[in-house]
Ligand binder design. Structure first.
Ligand SMILES: NC(=O)c1ccc[n+]([C@@H]2O[C@H](COP(=O)([O-])OP(=O)(O)OC[C@H]3O[C@@H](n4cnc5c(N)ncnc54)[C@H](OP(=O)(O)O)[C@@H]3O)[C@@H](O)[C@H]2O)c1
Length: 330
């Protein structure tokens, strides 16, 4: 048998289906290919069994044995006993012949799977698609590196940078398809937050398309009954201090947090320099005076400005969707 990149790319795609469901763990996908080159098992981690185990069970449920098979993993198989036994051990016991993985595990607690597999006679090749794997697992990697979740700000604004009219009306800035897209992306985050201003003005539900992230409202004022109280409810953090907010989110083990507004909270997050990523939806409308999406005091020194660079750009029925990463970020 020999390595085929398409199977590893597929493992990375499978991993992404677990976004929003794996914290504090990374997302991981796995594909099992038999010696005839046929895909016999697929799996991804969604908070329960690890991807490799899901894929082995998938193959077995279809009547396939995995002895002598090749396993493609988006991340190095773990070598750590947590809620489940080490995947390296499970793969050795299952008798697989080859393991190909996209990225070595940067987490010292779980790393070492490749060595354990090699010692058991399994042929192993790693770091085969590092850039793709880092991109898809960037939230968890930020947490491993910085000890806090990756923070993304979402902005839906007009062409002149407004998120609401001066009387507070903001429904709707972007088109139906862009809003449906935002709802899909929302559930890929572990948690979502808005400031008390948005909670009171919009009474949002902050739903995902098929499931809801953990929901937070940040700010000191007492909140009247909110739509957010329906379903699983929300938690209020009565603070303006982002160090405290990040500590709460880190203690909960979140990999990713989405700040959905409004402009005061977004501006405070940007001023605190904790925003790793910006998701910008931009409509083709001009609203005139109204609330700006970002309103922070002018930097006293030109060199202090914050820099983000575009990493993805698409058009959603006439609206723009762009992803920006903090410059010098991976
Ligand atoms: N187009 C969009 O994407 C979008 C998204 C969201 C909101 N909006 C619009 O934005 C408007 C609401 O704007 P907003 O700026 O009032 O909403 P906001 O940013 O959600 O809430 C602001 C409030 O958050 C609290 N807060 C929490 N942390 C803070 C910090 N570090 N610094 C300062 N305040 C902090 C403060 O309230 P306390 O006094 O309670 O502490 C502050 O008044 C609405 O019209 C809404 O429709 C538009």
């Amino acid at each position: 048998m020999s390595y085929e990149e398409k199977h590893l790319l597929h493992a990375i795609e499978l991993a992404e289906r677990g976004l929003g469901q794996t914290f504090p763990n990374p997302i991981v996908g796995a594909v099992i290919v038999n010696p005839e080159g046929e895909v016999i098992g697929e799996g991804f981690h969604a908070g329960g069994d690890h991807a490799e185990i899901v894929a082995i069970k998938d193959a077995q449920s279809k009547g396939y044995g995995v002895t002598g098979a090749s396993v493609y993993c988006s991340l190095e198989p773990c070598n750590h006993s947590g809620k489940t036994p080490p995947c390296s051990t499970s793969l050795i016991e299952a008798g697989v012949a080859e393991v190909y993985f996209a990225l070595s595990d940067p987490n010292p607690i779980a790393a070492g799977g490749a060595s354990a597999l090699r010692e058991a006679g399994v042929q192993v090749e790693g770091d085969l698609l590092v850039n793709d794997a880092v991109y898809s697992n960037r939230a968890w990697i930020t947490k491993v590196r910085l000890g806090r979740p990756r923070i993304t700000v979402k902005i839906a604004q007009t062409l002149d940078g407004r998120v609401a009219a001066s009387d507070g009306k903001s429904k709707w800035i972007t088109n139906d398809s862009a809003r449906a897209h935002a709802k899909q992306l929302r559930e890929q985050f572990d948690a979502i937050c808005v400031g008390t201003g948005t909670a009171v003005a919009d009474n949002p539900t902050l739903r995902g398309a098929t499931r809801n992230p953990k929901r937070f409202v940040i700010g000191n004022r007492d909140l009247p009954s909110l739509a957010l109280n329906q379903e699983e409810g929300f938690e209020q953090l009565k603070t303006h201090d982002f160090t405290h907010v990040l500590k709460v989110f880190s203690d909960k083990g979140f990999n990713s947090v989405l700040i959905e507004g409004g402009p005061t909270l977004i501006s405070a997050a940007l001023s605190s320099d904790v925003v790793d990523e910006i998701h910008l939806y931009q409509a083709g409308s001009i609203l005139g005076s109204g609330k700006s999406s970002v309103d922070i005091p002018e930097f006293t020194d030109f060199s202090h400005q914050l820099h983000y660079e575009i990493t993805a750009l698409s058009i959603i029925e006439g609206d723009i969707f762009a992803i920006y990463f903090k410059k010098d970020d991976q």
